[in-house]
Design a protein around this ligand. Structure first.
Ligand SMILES: C[S@@+](CC[C@H](N)C(=O)[O-])C[C@H]1O[C@@H](n2cnc3c(N)ncnc32)[C@H](O)[C@@H]1O
Length: 320
């Protein structure tokens, strides 16, 4: 792999986020505190400690499935997004640069879909804040328009409450976020149109666009669901493309996501065919499938766990 000039050198990652000797991630303290408050507010500590690492919940539309996901899998999702953003082991080529270059300017529109309780977007924002607090990134005012799109109403509620808890710590690091968590069903064309309208409006204000899709394989690995979702995903990515647009697709590193017939090879085909207008001819270099893993400290002092990441940074830049 050719050497990448990194915007964030691995040795500049503060020890509050990464212990290089033990290859362990620590989730940002601001997000940890915000999360603990909500877990206690909704009485979810016991549920959290009943987690089964071999059978993690995948969320869903009901309160019960949302609670299970929030209590048992939220921290793993935060860690996975953190690993993609920081890439402390330098496994992921320019993935960290892809994320940081869109966020490091003065204005950015971020769409996190499906956002669940907000793990991926909040991981990015709270990590950036922590990097700024340690002078690992410049602390210039950053205006963010954040759209979280999600089917589950209880998950949108958690996302909104977490955001309100997190907001003061972001503002302390000059990150000013206006957020909206909207209903979105990837299988429904009209619902997708509503999301696209919001994204278009946001990109008129903040032309740098970052689209985050995290942990959607549990839903999209079912062939009938993938078929139902495909027209909407095509449309979403078409509209997300533009002169200053990138996307990042994050999944747990499991064979069923990265092997032939899995989600990522399927996405690659989309990029080469339906989305070829922004992939140009360099399909494999614009959308590589990259992998990393690390240990992370679970939230609520539940010990350490491993996070495996498969990621596709997708360049959506086009000038026409
Ligand atoms: C595994 S969670 C991932 C959430 C978040 N991206 C994260 O990393 O924590 C999958 C999410 O997809 C949502 N979902 C399920 N079906 C959906 C649909 N048809 N349209 C949009 N979101 C859906 C679920 O409610 C759940 O929040």
């Amino acid at each position: 792999m050719s050497k990448v000039n990194r915007l964030l050198e691995a040795e500049h990652i503060p020890s509050s986020l990464w212990d290089s000797a033990n290859e362990t991630l620590f989730l940002p303290a601001s997000l940890t505190e915000a999360y603990e408050k909500l877990i206690d507010k909704y009485g979810l500590r016991n549920l959290s400690s009943e987690r089964k690492p071999d059978d993690p919940p995948v969320g869903g539309i009901t309160q019960k499935r949302t609670d299970q996901y929030f209590a048992q899998a939220f921290d793993g999702s935060v860690a996975r997004a953190q690993l993609a953003l920081l890439d402390p082991k330098c496994d992921l080529a320019s993935t960290s640069n892809t994320c940081l270059s869109s966020i490091a300017g003065n204005r950015v529109s971020i769409t996190d879909a499906p956002c669940g309780p907000g793990a991926a977007a909040f991981s990015f924002l709270s990590n950036i804040a922590e990097l700024r607090a340690h002078d690992a990134l410049p602390r210039e005012p950053l205006d963010v328009l954040l759209i979280g799109a999600e089917l589950s109403e209880p998950a949108r509620k958690y996302a909104n409450e977490l955001f309100l808890e997190l907001q003061p710590s972001l503002e302390k690091q000059a990150i000013f976020v206006i957020s909206e968590f909207i209903s979105w069903d990837v299988t429904n064309a009209l619902s997708n149109t509503d999301l696209i309208k919001k994204m278009t409006h946001a990109s008129n204000e903040n032309p740098n666009q970052l689209l985050i899709v995290a942990n959607f394989n549990s839903f999209l690995e079912r062939p009938e669901k993938r078929k139902e979702a495909e027209p909407q995903l095509n449309e979403l990515f078409r509209h997300a493309s533009g002169p200053k647009s990138v996307a990042i697709w994050i999944e747990p590193n499991m064979n069923r996501a990265i092997n032939e017939g899995g989600l990522f090879p399927w996405l690659r085909k989309k990029i080469a065919t339906a989305w070829k207008m922004f992939a140009k001819e360099k399909t494999t270099t614009t959308a590589p499938i990259l992998e990393s893993s690390a240990q992370f400290e679970c939230l609520l002092h539940l010990g350490a766990a491993r996070v495996g990441l498969a990621v596709m940074p997708i360049n959506l830049e086009r000038n026409t």
